[in-house]
Design a binder for this molecule. Sequence first.
Ligand code: T5A
Length: 222
Amino acid sequence: MRGHFITFEGGEGSGKSTHAATLAQRLKTQGIDVVLTREPGGSTGAEIIRHIILSGIAKPLGAETETILFAAARDDHVRSTIRPALVDGKWVICDRFIDSTRVYQGILGKVDGKLIRGLERVTVGAAMPELTFILDVPAAVGLARAKTRRGAGVADRFESESVEYHEHLRQAFLALGKLEPKRCIVVDGRAPRDVVAERIWTAVSERLLAGQVTRAAEPAAP
Ligand code: T5A
C-alpha cells in the first residue's frame, strides 16, 4: 500500500476529532490527498453499526458481542474506505481504530485478547496504522469537554460509564503506548489546541513527511 495511515486514540473528549481534522487540513495545504475518517463508522455499513452500538442496545448482549459488532464495522470500513485510499496513495487519518477495541473491549471489557487479535487479523490485515497519536487528558477533563460539546444531548453508551471507568481507560491507553513506542506517540491533550497541533505536526513531519516530495513542493508545470 502506497499511502500513509495515521490514527488518533484516547479517552472521551481528549481532542481526537479536533486534531484529526486539524492535521488533515494542514496536510491538504501541502498538496497531499487526505481521507479523514472515523470509527466506529467511516463507511455506509459501518455507520449503521455505529448507530446500533452507541445507542446502547447491544450492551446487554455483552462485551464479546460488542467486540464482534465493532469488528464487523471495521471490516466494512477497511474494505470500503481505508484500503482503497491507501492503495491509491492517499493519506488516511482515522479518529479511533484498533487500539480503541484493545482498550475498551479488551482491557476494560475483559474480552479475550486472542479473539481481539484474531478479529484484527481478519479485518485489518496489512492496513495497519504507521503512526498513532494517543491524546492524554485526565478523565474528568475529557468528560467535562464531551459534556459541554454535547449540550442538551444524551450521553452515549460509553460516555455514560463512571469517571473511574474512564480513568482506567486513560491508564490503559498509556500502557498500550508504552508497549508499542515506535508506532504510538502520547501527547498531553491538556495543552492549548495550537500547542497540541504543533506537537502532532512536528511528529508527522519528522516521521512521514521528511524526504517526501509533495505536490505543493513540486515545480509548477511549464
Ligand atoms: N469505541 C470505539 C469502542 O469501544 N471500541 C472501538 O473499537 C471503537 C472504534 C465512539 C465510542 O465508541 C467506543 C469509544 C467511544 O466511546 P464517539 O462519539 O466517536 O464514540 O466519541 P469519541 O471518539 O470519544 O469522541 P469525542 O468527540 O467524545 O472526543 P474527542 O474526539 O476526543 O474530542 P473532540 O475533539 O470532539 O473535543 C471535545 C471538545 O473539547 C474541545 C473541542 O473543541 C470539543 O469541544 N477541545 C479542547 N478544549 C481545550 N483544549 C484543547 N486542547 C482541546 N481540544 C479539544
